[in-house]
Design a protein around this ligand. Structure first.
Ligand SMILES: [Zn+2]
Length: 140
């Protein structure tokens, strides 16, 4: 579980023309949306301008089920930014849609996390201008 050191501003995700819709859906709809190819229906994340399966430029945004499992994780014992208090984990969640997303847990300590752990989406309103997708344990 990430705890923020309030003495420092936490780092912000980088946004560009391809990733801005992802962040806008989180902020405005309070939900996780993934990019999907309108031609072959392959899901993609991180967002990109072209389908990596069929090379189509025709993309659409669809809501995620919010469910996934921990594919991998790491525990930081030294902060990469002073805005984070250690230790904290960074998880790689494999979503039901098949894409993987980097995130943090909200309800457990690093020692409680394991590969294959079922998780579900939590919308974390970190600041007025920043909403992040995070995860909590899911009962199966
Ligand atoms: Zn495609």
């Amino acid at each position: 579980m990430v705890r923020y050191n309030k003495e420092f501003a936490s780092p912000r995700p980088m946004m560009d023309v391809d990733t801005k819709p992802f962040w806008d859906y989180l902020k405005e709809k309070k939900d996780l949306y993934f990019q999907r190819c309108a031609n072959c229906h392959s899901y993609m994340h991180p967002p990109r301008p072209i389908c990596n399966q069929c090379k189509s430029f025709d993309m659409e945004w669809v809501p995620s089920s919010g469910k996934g499992t921990i594919y991998s994780y790491v525990v930081y014992h030294r902060p990469v930014h002073p805005g984070f208090e250690v230790p904290y984990e960074v998880v790689l969640v494999e979503m039901e849609e098949g894409v993987r997303i980097v995130s943090n847990m909200v309800d457990c300590e690093p020692e409680d996390i394991y590969i294959g752990m079922p998780v579900e989406l939590v919308i974390d309103e970190v600041a007025d201008d920043l909403v992040l997708p995070k995860f909590k344990r899911r009962n199966t």
